[in-house]
Each structure stands twice: as C-alpha cells, then as structure tokens.
Design a protein around this ligand. Structure first.
Ligand code: AMP
Length: 114
C-alpha cells in the first residue's frame, strides 16, 4: 500500500481543492502556491492509474502521462489558452514533493470563467 499523499486526500474529499475541471479520468485543480498567472495540476482519478512518479511507470501505467497531456490540451482548447507549459517533476532531485503522479500546467494567460 502506497503512502496516502495530499492528492489521494483531495480525491477522497478529505481536503478541499479549487477544481476547474473533472471527468471520469482526471481532476484538474489550482495549485495552492501558483508560480504563474494560471498554475494548475492534473491528476489521474482511477486507482489503477495511480503511480508515485514518472520514475515508477510500468507497462500498466505507461498511458497515464499521455492521458494527462491530452487532458491538458483539451482544457487549453476549451479555455482558449494558446500558450502553456507542461511539467513533470521527477523524484526529489527533480523537485518532486508530492509522490502521486501529476502534471503541472502553467500559462501566462489568466483562466477565464467558462
Ligand atoms: P511537485 O513539486 O511536482 O511535487 O508539486 C507539488 C505541487 O502541489 C506544488 O506546486 C504545491 O504547491 C502543490 N500543492 C501541495 N498541496 C496542495 C493542495 N492541497 N492543493 C493544491 N496544490 C497543492
């Protein structure tokens, strides 16, 4: 059993998150310490997609980063965000603090109400 991270707790509803999008596969919410005008985090919702880090990917979870990237693209399209940066921090040496695979989405554009 993996350690319960803050993102497990968000998915379980034990900690609130500022959610901007959700479907069956992904939850997208605002980073609590934004480093850009728009700074979002994308996390998988299905337990079989949970993996601590890119460094822990296996054949059964290799689709997860692509799924998160595609969800980021769809989110950007939906909100007319035409420039953004996507980042995975990998391992402590890569600046990763929360060991629940997540994709950072940064944009200089402010998220408009949709
Ligand atoms: P990383 O360095 O890739 O592990 O990034 C973890 C990110 O999660 C950081 O940018 C934190 O600001 C963010 N974070 C931590 N706790 C929360 C929370 N409760 N709600 C939203 N973002 C969070």
């Amino acid at each position: 059993m993996e350690e319960q991270t803050v993102f497990h707790k968000i998915l379980a509803g034990e900690i609130p998150a500022d959610t901007v999008y959700e479907d069956e596969e992904v939850l997208i919410f605002k980073d609590i310490h934004p480093k850009a005008p728009t700074h979002l985090l994308l996390i998988p919702k299905k337990p079989e997609d949970f993996v601590p880090s890119i460094a822990d990917l296996s054949e059964s979870t290799q689709h997860v980063p692509a799924m998160l990237i595609l969800k980021a693209k769809h989110f950007a399209d939906m909100h007319d965000i035409n420039g953004y940066k996507l980042t995975f921090h990998v391992g402590k040496g890569g600046g990763q603090e929360v060991f629940f695979l997540h994709l950072h989405f940064f944009s200089q554009q402010i998220l408009s109400a949709h």
